[in-house]
Design a binder for this molecule. Structure first.
Ligand code: ISQ
Length: 154
C-alpha cells in the first residue's frame, strides 16, 4: 500500500492547522497555479477579462478557499476510505466541471505542485520530505479518481 498510516497521520495533523487559514492558504495555492500556468486564468469567467490582481477579486477569494477546503477535507478521509468512496456523490459533477473547463491530465501535475507549495507555506514548521510525499500521494489518489471519471464521461 502506498498510502500508509504514517502518511494519514501527517496529513491529518497538518490539515488541522492549514484549515484554520484556508483563505490565505487557498490564495497561495491559486496564485502558484497562475504563476506556473498564466493561461489557466481563462478558465474562470470572472478572471478572463479582469485587470485587478486576482486575489482582490472576491469571487476568486471564495473559490480559492472553497477548492482548498474541498481538497483537504477529501485528503483527510483517505486511509479508512479510498478516493472513490471519499468523493462519492461529488465525483460526477467534479469530473464534468473539469471537462467543461477543458482540463487535460497533465494540468493535474501543475495543481499538485501548487498545492504542495501552499502547504509548505502554510505549515513551514511541519514541512518535511515525509509530509510532502504524504500530501503528494493523497493528491495523486484523488486526482486519479477525477481523471478516471473524466475519461469515463468523455
Ligand atoms: C482547478 N482545480 C483546482 C485548482 C485550481 C487552481 C487554479 C485554477 C484551476 C484549478
Amino acid at each position: 500500500r502506498v498510502y500508509s498510516k504514517d502518511d494519514e497521520v501527517l496529513v491529518k495533523k497538518s490539515w488541522d492547522i492549514l484549515k484554520k487559514d484556508a483563505q490565505r492558504n487557498g490564495i497561495n495555492f491559486f496564485r502558484k497555479v497562475f504563476e506556473i500556468a498564466p493561461g489557466a486564468k481563462s478558465m474562470y469567467s470572472f478572471l478572463r477579462d479582469s485587470t485587478i490582481p486576482f486575489e482582490e477579486n472576491p469571487k476568486v477569494k471564495n473559490h480559492a478557499r472553497y477548492v482548498f477546503m474541498m481538497t483537504g477535507d477529501a485528503a483527510v478521509q483517505l486511509g479508512e476510505k479510498g478516493a472513490y468512496q471519499v468523493l462519492d456523490s461529488k465525483l460526477q459533477k467534479l469530473a464534468a466541471t473539469h471537462i467543461n473547463a477543458g482540463v487535460t491530465d497533465d494540468q493535474f501535475e501543475i495543481v499538485k505542485e501548487a498545492i504542495l507549495y501552499a502547504i509548505e507555506m502554510g505549515v513551514p514548521e511541519l514541512w518535511s520530505p515525509e509530509l510532502k510525499s504524504a500530501w503528494g500521494d493523497a493528491y495523486d489518489m484523488l486526482a486519479a479518481a477525477v481523471k478516471a471519471e473524466m475519461h469515463a464521461q468523455r
